[in-house]
Design a protein around this ligand. Structure first.
Ligand SMILES: [Zn+2]
Length: 203
């Protein structure tokens, strides 16, 4: 902490907390803290409330584990969706990226990450068991694996497909139009649309 003794304890605490945000260095944290200090009380409280609301109101959808403010998310509640198609993604951000293409009529399953034993992420840390249960108990025709096109994403897709092999459900993987090692989150809409159209069956 630089020049910590110059600030009051309270201001110091705010700078410290802001400095934990991604991409915010000590200088930016300091600037933001002074901005908040000078702001109208109502404005500053709006920010505080927005942070509180995000933590208090946003939950996981009971069906697909996407972000939701109710028990079931907007996509799962949408009657026009084809529930026979489940697109499996790592993060809620990937749902947003895929939805932006405007080509998806399916529903999702959000894993909450990828299998990474070296980072301590085991299959049981993800919603894989819930996905298997969902596939076995529902009327599912196809699982579209839209985990990231990198080693961890590929490994996770293969692991899940091995668990579902005996169900007879068709399992596909987004086409390799996406650069290897890239992520769904940062792929362009055109790339994603091509990858969806050209998806191939996983063996
Ligand atoms: Zn849902």
């Amino acid at each position: 902490m630089i020049m910590s003794s110059v600030y009051t304890e309270t201001l110091n605490k705010l700078i410290e907390e802001l400095g934990k945000l991604p991409g915010v260095g000590p200088k930016t944290a300091e600037r933001l803290a002074f901005y908040i200090l000078k702001a109208e009380p109502a404005e500053a409280m709006k920010l505080a409330k927005a942070i509180g609301d995000v933590k208090n109101k946003i939950k996981r959808c009971e069906i697909c584990y996407n972000l939701s403010e109710g028990k079931v998310c907007q996509i799962c509640s949408d009657k026009r969706r084809d529930t026979e198609l489940i697109c499996v993604v790592e993060q809620p951000k990937d749902v947003i990226a895929l939805e932006k293409t405007g080509t998806c009529r399916w529903v999702y399953h959000v894993l909450g990450g990828h299998i990474a034993p070296l980072e301590g992420v085991e299959p049981s840390d993800l919603t894989i068991e819930q996905l298997v249960k969902r596939v076995r108990s529902g009327n599912v025709k196809e699982i579209i694996m839209a985990t990231n096109p990198n080693m961890a994403g590929d490994g996770t897709a293969l692991y899940i497909s091995s668990l579902l092999r005996d169900t007879g459900v068709k399992i596909t993987r987004l086409a390799r139009g996406l650069p290897t090692g890239s992520t769904i989150e940062y792929a362009s809409g055109k790339m994603l649309t091509d990858a969806i159209t050209g998806r191939q069956q996983l063996q």
